[in-house]
Design a protein around this ligand. Sequence first.
Ligand SMILES: Cc1cc2nc3c(=O)[nH]c(=O)nc-3n(C[C@H](O)[C@H](O)[C@H](O)COP(=O)(O)O)c2cc1C
Length: 288
Amino acid sequence: MTLDVSQLSPREIYGFLAGAVAPRPICFAATVDAQGRVNLSPYSFFNVVSGDPPMLAFAPLLSGRDGSAKDTLNNVREVPEVVINIVNHAIVEQMSLTSTAYPPGVNEFEKAALTQVPSDLVKPPRVGEAPVAFECIVEQVLALGDGPMAGNLILARVVRIHVHDVHATAAGELDPSQLDLVGRMGGNDYIRAIPAALFEIPKPVRGLGIGIDGLPAHIRNSTILTGNNLGRLGNVERLPTEEEIAAFQQRPDIKTALRGGREARHRLAQTYLERGETETALLLLLPR
Ligand SMILES: Cc1cc2nc3c(=O)[nH]c(=O)nc-3n(C[C@H](O)[C@H](O)[C@H](O)COP(=O)(O)O)c2cc1C
């Protein structure tokens, strides 16, 4: 299906945007108003947008009902500082509770029984339970429209980072298997980055992969290999030489495999690919 945006309502468009641009990380934003009253709310229109300067961006929309501004937006206009807390599974329900439209001045830390820890460099406090928290200075607020559901892009420069010890490796880096992060899908759905859901894609940092178009046609057109399998093969920097192929074919286990016919060879190569043994897979696939 192909959709003409001019024929859809803003709500319908929103459904495709929020459903497809997913999973989204969650910015749990703590701000204060001019009177110093604390606010805490989640925003999943959120990402990192610059490494140096270190910048995060998130976007409170104007209310879909009446076009009014959210407290977070009003606050950063009054006091251009924010603490962006990262949400993991242990606090996901408390985070959801804070998205209730409480009146201005209500402290959602208290509503959700989260620990308010004073920040080092900015006025808003951080969430003590969050695995990682970024103290930020708001550099820009960009209004992307003025009607209901219009986004307001907040660009926040990170000035201090807090990481709970349990989530860092011995080398002091973040440990993805410990973080237990959650993301927002469309509607009421969330996703949890448990260790079983994590996978690695080996990527050469030096040199250039030959690309799928650099593979012989009989491999590219395989009825067994998937796009993912071909993507991994396209990462090799060169095809093996005739000598390397000949030496490989002398291995007793490989001699047997080569007798099995093309389909069996492609299936075996697929197993090697999934184990990360890309070179062996390629050597198996190269004979026509
Ligand atoms: C996980 C999650 C993500 C959300 N993301 C956004 C968002 O990106 N933009 C937005 O305007 N509202 C978003 N909301 C809704 C706001 O959190 C909600 O409107 C909240 O009441 C705003 O609080 P405030 O008025 O105190 O700033 C989200 C809610 C949840 C639970």
